[in-house]
Structure formats: structure tokens, C-alpha cells
Design a protein around this ligand. Structure first.
Ligand code: PFF
Length: 474
């Protein structure tokens, strides 16, 4: 059996796990993606859908992934099907946790699909993180050298120069690789323990400042007043995809994180805390960003929303430089924490499958991510003619990966949990003797895993497909 030790150990503390899971759940999804998807889907009604799906679908599937990792002590591909393992894996208590063994490769395909989705997402994630680095540097240089900062010119330079984007992407990947190469406790856990407090303080200070702007009332209305007529045929799928993205479900990362958990950690409570914290911070992020964006930008959306509108607005504020610098620093810390999570999970899969040394596996994975990243990085320059219905390559990638691949991978992993783990093990892992609630919730959780999640996702796919066909015919 491959022990967690071979991959760099368990979390040092339970708190370390929470920091890592929340640190990686909270990322560009909350600060960059949430605003533009919310604008595209009309505001408050979409936010309501998002919260609803986070609780009813995201949380149960997140618990399933953590459970798969904790019970098998493996990352996604090997947990779905032990490729190089001869003996049935043991849980930490020493009892065999795995039910029937599937024929070789049958379920492993699901793990491979999740991990490839994770790799592609890391690639475009690294490109956007490179944009954040660029704005952070331009803002500082502009302020220090000329005392002013030209937001439009910064974005233009970035757009026109795909190779600059590749360079920034590689800097970001390099920072992430150095941290992940150190192992779970010394790398990821230590990094998030240091960065999270800074991040939370920045977020709260920025949010307070943002809510004091005259635009705050309009932003609150946009964010929380549910006008259902503004939803469209894609909104349900977009809400589900975004829930998966922001909670890190469907990537296989939570399987890896679960595999580092110690035996005492209770999975259902852990899943609940991570979901509650991430959803809360997402709403905080909305409160920070929407007053800044103001009414004027609530019509136009797209991945560039944050980078187009925000820097321009920041320069018009008193102390705009400090505010802008703090904002992009906050954004970069979030992006780095999440990238480390994505990379850690990919590396854990490579380690489980090959038994390579961690530094070698880390650098190889980073190189693969860099190669994939060339597509989104060149999407605004060399590849700018690759479009579909007016959307560029980066947007198409984001749409397909988040709204199609993640829900499918998430469902696949839920299927593996139910199919591959022993029913009595699942039950005893879910139910906490100290909590009557978990006993009551167990049958609901099973119902979501078996029926509600596949049914809802199917509905969302059908609705989106009808809308797409209609728009193509018009
Ligand atoms: N949840 C992150 C976000 O909202 O930006 C994306 C992500 C990070 C997914 C880390 C998976 C992961 F392991």
C-alpha cells in the first residue's frame, strides 16, 4: 500500500487542513470569476441560485470527495482504481475500506478525467494569475516612476503581447512549484498559515472601504435583490459550474486533501465548514467588488471585467494607489493559494501512480501546466481569431471546463464513492456519534449523491443545450 507518508505526510494539524482547504477553495473564482458570471446572469437571482446549489449539491459532493480520499488514502486516479497497488488499501483504523474492486481501468477513467480537468484549469488559472502579477507590478511602477498609472495601457500591453503573458505565467508557476516541492506540511500548510491571516485582514479592510462608497447601496441591491426575469437559459448550469469551481469540487483536489486528513477528523463537519466559509467569503468578495464596479459596468461582462474597470476606478479614488495595491495583493494571495492547491493535488496523483521523488514530480507537472497554458496565454494575440459566438479562446475554455467538465467529473467521483467504498464504511464515516444531525442527514446525503445531483445537473445541461441550439438557429 502506498502510505500518505510517501507523498509528504498528513496535515500537521486539523487547523492546517482547514486553512489549506479554505485557502485553495478561495481564489480567483471568488474575486475574479464570481463578479463577471454574476453580471452575465443578472445579479441577485443568480446569487441566490449559487448559494442554493452550494448547499444542496456542492456540500454533499465535497463531503463525498473528502471521504474517498480519507478512506482510500489515495489521490483521485489511484483512489478510483489502484493502478499499482496490489493489496486492498486500509483505512487508518486498519480496516479495509474499499468495496468490490472494479475491473482494471473501469473507474480509473473517471479519476483521469478529473485530474486532466484539474491540469487544464491550473493552466488557465496560472495565466490569469500572471495578469494579476502584471497589474501589481504596473501599479507599483506607475506610482513610483511617474506618480500616475494608466490602466488602459496596462491591459493593452498585456493583450497584445502573448509572450509577456507566457513569461508572467511561468513566474507564477515557478513560485507555486517552489512551495509545492517542499511537501504538504512544509510547503502548502506553512504557506497558507502565513498568507491567510494577511489575506483575511486585507479583504475585511477593503470591503469596509468599498461599502463606504456612494455606489454601495446600488451594489447591494444588484447583489441581493432577486429579479428572476434576468436569469437566462444558461444560468442554472453557470451557477452549478461556479459552485463546483469555487468549492474545488470535480478537480479531485478534495480527494487528495481528504487523503491527508487524520483519522479523527469528521468529514461531514469538515465539508460543512469549508463550504460555509467559502460561500461567506464569496459574498464578502461581492460586497468588496460590486460597489467598486459601480452601475456603469454592470452591463458589460466577460473575463476582463475586473481588469478593465477596476484599475480605472481605483485611480479615481482618494488613496487609490494604496487601495489598488492592497486589492491586487489580496487577489494575488488568493490566486497563489488556489494554484498551490491545484498543483499539490496533481503532484499527489503523479506520486501515487509513479512513486517518483516529489521534486521531480512537481517540476514535471509544472512543465505540463506551462505547455497547456500557451493556449489561454496566446488567446488575445496569436490566437485571437479563434472565437465562438463572439467569445475568445480563454472564455471558451473557462466555459467548457467549468460548466461541462467539472460537473461531469464531480458526478463521476460521486459515482466512485458509492460504487467503490463499502456501504457500512461510508455510513460510519459520515455519522458522527456526537452529532444527531449527521444521523438525520445521512439519508439526505445519499439521496443527493444518487439522485438529486445527477438529476439537477442533467436538467441544467438540457436547459443550456436548448438555449444554445435556439441561439444558433437565430
Ligand atoms: N476554488 C478555487 C477558486 O475559486 O478560485 C479554484 C480551485 C483551487 C479549484 C484549487 C481547485 C483547487 F484545488
Amino acid at each position: 500500500m502506498s502510505s500518505p507518508g510517501r507523498r509528504g505526510g498528513l496535515w500537521g494539524t486539523r487547523f492546517g487542513f482547514y486553512l489549506a482547504a479554505i485557502g485553495s477553495a478561495f481564489g480567483l473564482g471568488n474575486l475574479w470569476r464570481f463578479p463577471y458570471v454574476t453580471v452575465e446572469n443578472g445579479g441577485g437571482a443568480f446569487v441566490l441560485l449559487y448559494v442554493l446549489f452550494a448547499i444542496s449539491l456542492g456540500l454533499p459532493l465535497l463531503i463525498g470527495e473528502l471521504m474517498l480520499g480519507k478512506l482510500t488514502r489515495r489521490s483521485a486516479v489511484s483512489a478510483c482504481h489502484e493502478v499499482r497497488v496490489t493489496a486492498a488499501p486500509q483505512s487508518m483504523s486498519g480496516q479495509a475500506a474499499v468495496g468490490q474492486k472494479s475491473p482494471r481501468g473501469q473507474l480509473a477513467g473517471i479519476g483521469i478525467f478529473a485530474v486532466l480537468t484539474c491540469l487544464m484549469l491550473l493552466s488557465y488559472y496560472a495565466v490569469i494569475s500572471g495578469w494579476v502579477l502584471h497589474f501589481l507590478m504596473q501599479l507599483s511602477l506607475g506610482h513610483l516612476v511617474t506618480g500616475a498609472y494608466d490602466a488602459e495601457a496596462s491591459l493593452h500591453v498585456l493583450h497584445e503581447n502573448g509572450w509577456l503573458q507566457m513569461a508572467l505565467t511561468s513566474v507564477h508557476l515557478l513560485i507555486s512549484l517552489i512551495i509545492v516541492a517542499k511537501g504538504v506540511q512544509e510547503g502548502m500548510e506553512k504557506w497558507v498559515s502565513n498568507a491567510m491571516p494577511v489575506f483575511v485582514v486585507l479583504l475585511v479592510v477593503l470591503m469596509t472601504k468599498s461599502l463606504s462608497l456612494p455606489t454601495a447601496a446600488g451594489a447591494l441591491r444588484f447583489l441581493f435583490y432577486p429579479d428572476f426575469s434576468r436569469l437566462n437559459g444558461y444560468s442554472m448550469l453557470h451557477a452549478i459550474g461556479h459552485v463546483f469551481f469555487t468549492l474545488s469540487v470535480g478537480f479531485g483536489t478534495m480527494v487528495t486533501f481528504g487523503s491527508y486528513l487524520n483519522q479523527q477528523t469528521h468529514i461531514a463537519s469538515a465539508g460543512f465548514r469549508v463550504t460555509a466559509m467559502d460561500t461567506l467569503i464569496s459574498l464578502f468578495a461581492g460586497l468588496l467588488i460590486f460597489p467598486l464596479l459601480g452601475a456603469s459596468s454592470l452591463q458589460a461582462a466577460g473575463p476582463e471585467l475586473l481588469f478593465q474597470t477596476l484599475p480605472r476606478l481605483l485611480s479615481s479614488l482618494d488613496n487609490g494607489f494604496i487601495f489598488g495595491f492592497a486589492f491586487f495583493l489580496c487577489l494575488y494571495l488568493a490566486a497563489l493559494g488556489a494554484s498551490i492547491g491545484l498543483l499539490e493535488s496533481l503532484v499527489a496523483n503523479v506520486l501515487d501512480l509513479t512513486g517518483m521523488r516529489r521534486p521531480v514530480a512537481t517540476w514535471l507537472t509544472g512543465f505540463a501546466a506551462f505547455l497547456f497554458a500557451s493556449l489561454p496565454a496566446l488567446s488575445t494575440s496569436v490566437l485571437k481569431n479563434v472565437t465562438f459566438q463572439g467569445h475568445g479562446l480563454l472564455e471558451i475554455l473557462d466555459n467548457v471546463l467549468v460548466n461541462v467538465f467539472l460537473p461531469l467529473a464531480g458526478l463521476g467521483l460521486a459515482y466512485v464513492v458509492l460504487k467503490r467504498l463499502k456501504a457500512e464504511k461510508i455510513e460510519s464515516e459520515f455519522i458522527n456519534d456526537d452529532s444527531i444531525a449527521t444521523r438525520k442527514l445521512y439519508s439526505h446525503w445519499l439521496f443527493v449523491m444518487r439522485w438529486l445531483a445527477p438529476g439537477t445537473i442533467l436538467c441544467a445541461f438540457v436547459l443550456a443545450a436548448i438555449t444554445l441550439v435556439r441561439s444558433l438557429l437565430h
